[in-house]
Design a protein around this ligand. Structure first.
Ligand code: NAD
Ligand code: DAU
Length: 350
């Protein structure tokens, strides 16, 4: 019997983690704390919203009084912390929001966990979900390992690196039991269409330009989101306190090559002549400070805890595209209002 606080559970990765834990562990009580920013969407959680072992609380991780009350009322045993501002482009135009949520929000949770658990850390865990971007950018060779020095280069990754450092500082200074995982790029259902894959699927569907930053030669390592959720389950239950684990897909793609695969699959799905969607590719101004290559070595997680990705990319991208095409209402409900303003500022009026 455990009560787990999952933060950011209405977002992309968070909703898959919440669904997995609620369905797989009926003896656990899962409390999902989410501020429902533009990126949070309760429709992501319809499947489990009435489950007996699930409770949603709308609130901000930076709200110290709320976090204190929540720990006191629900006797939280563990935190799986995903809530964050997560989009690199938004961090370039709005770095303060990222510092506030990602650093101050994490600190608020850490401090309350320390205060609430300080007399007895047994059975307690603060599990912090981080990113491979904290390691900076690779050249053509090599991989990020768990002991690769931090070298964040965007306001987003600097804020995530800072939050990771606070987790380690709380562990070292106060003995707080903590684990950090650093994951590569996720893709799959429920991702907000500001990120490359859902943005491009939506644009192809609507015959809109596909804005490729720079020459499209940057490399990312893609992991299907349900595989990430499974890794989080494994690390939560079997990970060593104080340890850190890299999570990745061993699945590197140059952006332009990935985009061409999406175009090809979309042509087939939409019954368009092959090559139609590729004509939408438009090279635009590069992202400022654009990291060239990320590649994760997740051997430690495989050897120590037995996790590895289950899906091949071809299968994952097909499932992903099917999901966005089958869930038109979900997509259409997002790409209105604020999204249109964001799109205009990010892509049209540059
Ligand atoms: P997301 O932007 O889709 O979701 C973030 C969620 O956090 C949203 O539901 C939002 O409402 C909530 N949130 C934001 N600010 C909040 C606040 N102040 N209080 C409470 N809730 C708040 O993000 P995601 O892509 O699902 O990423 C989740 C986590 O995983 C983040 O910590 C991110 O850094 C990390 N991560 C993401 C990826 C990726 O490829 N998406 C890869 C590695 C790590
Ligand atoms: O590596 C993990 C990280 O992956 C996570 O920590 C972040 O939360 C997540 O957003 C993601 O960051 P990226 O910047 O790699 O993802 P994004 O989907 O924004 O971009 C992927 C690549 O595609 C990147 O090289 C930039 C490029 N791109 C992106 C957009 C939105 C384009 O060329 N055009 C675009 O319009």
């Amino acid at each position: 019997m455990k009560t787990i606080l999952i933060t950011g559970g209405a977002g992309f990765i968070g909703c898959h983690v919440v669904k997995l834990f609620v369905e797989k562990y009926p003896d656990y009580t899962i409390i999902n704390l989410d501020a429902l920013t533009y990126a949070g969407n309760l429709e992501n959680l319809c499947a489990i919203e009435n489950a007996k072992n699930y409770k949603f609380i709308k609130g901000d991780i930076c709200d110290r009084n709320l976090i204190k009350a929540l720990f006191e009322k629900h006797h939280i045993d563990a935190v799986i912390h995903l809530a964050a501002e997560s989009h690199v482009d938004r961090s370039i135009t709005n770095p303060f929001d990222f510092a506030h949520t990602n650093i101050m929000g994490t600190l608020t949770l850490l401090n309350q966990a320390k205060e609430s658990w300080k007399n007895d850390y047994s059975g307690k865990l603060f599990y912090h979900i981080s990113t491979d971007e904290v390691f900076g950018s690779l050249g053509n060779e090599g991989y990020f390992l768990e002991d690769t020095p931090y070298d964040p280069k965007s306001p987003y990754s600097a804020s995530k690196a800072s939050s990771d450092h606070f987790v380690r500082a709380y562990e070292n200074t106060y003995g707080l039991p903590a684990i950090i995982t650093n994951c590569s790029n996720n893709y799959g259902p429920n991702q907000f269409p500001e990120k490359l894959i859902p943005l491009f699927i939506n644009n192809i569907k609507n015959n809109k330009a596909l804005p490729v930053y720079g020459e499209g030669l940057n490399v990312r390592d893609w992991l299907y989101v349900e595989d990430h959720a499974r890794a989080i389950d494994v690390v939560f239950h079997k990970g060593t306190i104080g340890d850190t684990y890299n999570i990745g897909g061993f699945n590197e793609w140059k952006n332009i090559e990935l985009i061409k695969v999406i175009c090809k699959v979309m042509d087939t799905k939409l019954g368009r002549e092959e090559g139609t969607s590729e004509k939408l590719i438009t090279y635009v101004k590069d992202r400022a400070g654009h990291d060239m290559r990320y590649a994760i070595d997740s051997t430690k997680l495989k050897e120590n805890l037995g996790w590895e990705p289950s899906l091949q990319f071809e299968e994952g991208i097909e499932k992903t595209i099917n999901w966005y095409l089958d869930n038109e209402a979900w997509l259409n409900s997002i790409v209105t209002g604020d999204y249109k303003d964001y799109y205009e500022k990010q892509y049209v009026s540059q």
